[in-house]
Design a binder for this molecule. Sequence first.
Ligand SMILES: Cc1cc2nc3c(=O)[nH]c(=O)nc-3n(C[C@H](O)[C@H](O)[C@H](O)COP(=O)(O)OP(=O)(O)OC[C@H]3O[C@@H](n4cnc5c(N)ncnc54)[C@H](O)[C@@H]3O)c2cc1C
Length: 424
Amino acid sequence: MSDDSFDVIVAGAGPAGSACAYALAREGKNVLLLERGDSAGAKNVSGGRLYTYALELLEPGMYLRAPLQRRIVREQVMLVEGRRATTLDAADPAWGEGVPQSHSVVRASLDEWFASEAEGAGAVFASGMRVDGLIEENGRIVGIRVGEDEMRAGVVVAADGVNSLLAQQAGLFPDVEARAVGVGVKETIELPDSVINARFGVSNEEGVARVAIGCTEGISGGGFLYTNKGSLSLGIVFNPEQAAANGRQIQEIFQDFKEQPGIAALIDGGTSVEYGAHLVPEIGYHGIPKRLHREGMLVIGDAAQFGINTGLVIRGMDLAIVSGLAAARAILKEGTPTGPAYMAELEELALLPTMRAYAEFHGIFGISRIFREYPALANQALGFLFNVDGKVPPPMLKKLLSVVKENVTFRQLAADAWKGYRSV
Ligand SMILES: Cc1cc2nc3c(=O)[nH]c(=O)nc-3n(C[C@H](O)[C@H](O)[C@H](O)COP(=O)(O)OP(=O)(O)OC[C@H]3O[C@@H](n4cnc5c(N)ncnc54)[C@H](O)[C@@H]3O)c2cc1C
């Protein structure tokens, strides 16, 4: 049995763990970064859009050397009703020019790069090392176990993702509840850049982010599509409880999404090179456990349930990086930090205030008609407005009202508007 000792042990080399290890190692801390996968990123699944301000916070200019894919210059929202779809397309070639905004990323290369940055700054990085448990002495976490080996540290940072074994072992929160997470599936589809550029109306460095609503058979959730260099990331995120009650396999619903004409045309001829499924924190601020620290231990990233999903914007990687930086700053200030130093950094770096600002947003997903009736309504209304068949059209207002009535009652509309208003 070995008995190694470090200032800090970080468990998990996702964006949270690598950011934390990097920020500590560059200040001369003796850091061990452990990853259970064969390489950093080997086990990770993400939609693939990173809000790069987080890297800028970690170190000015860092985002310029990260393996980013395409700068997002087109934001699209697709409202799906079966084979029909209405797509809003907001484009601005200046988005993100010279400043960090958002870029598509491929997790395998991002995570590998990030862990190597931590290593380059002086951290010891070991992959293929699954942390199996914590060592506790006199009520304090003093290290971790990997198989038979024990490793000790002044602080253990749990960066082991959404279903954090370590935070659960530390008694900080029970098993993840189904209502608090989404299940995401994602496929990477290779296509030549020239094809991607032509289909999406962008140049080589520019990218598109699309969210889709109405493609989940009425289940709370939605689809996403990001353009990378030489590939597309296509996926769907669901509420697992509703998906289980729906009876159809997630893969079947995902297949329907891929066959939706508006999506099928974009991925046509592509080669599927990767498929994965993963949990994602869904309920935002109200899902954060009451305590994110124990004596000798801090919890960061998805393990702390840091996530924001507004339906249009999905944020997790940026919050993971910011929380990793917050933990590092607390450790650098206080040595072995008590929780308040970490919590203060989360405030200072605007992570908790931002999550509070979106705290009620999850209520939007309680409006079940967003996932079926309203996309249908939009498609039917626009279908009517664009239709020319040589016949005398019905009075426009009357027809539009009848389209509304076919999908929702005015009572439901008023109730949903009120709920939506209260959520934002
Ligand atoms: C389908 C999907 C789409 C998403 N889309 C986006 C998006 O577009 N933009 C965005 O910002 N976020 C997105 N997210 C969320 C984002 O992926 C997470 O918020 C982010 O990865 C959190 O980073 P993390 O470092 O905290 O955790 P993770 O990325 O989960 O990393 C945890 C790491 O810890 C390792 N690990 C786990 N247990 C152990 C252990 N016992 N010992 C050692 N290592 C361990 C894992 O292998 C992993 O490498 C998406 C998530 C999903 C599922």
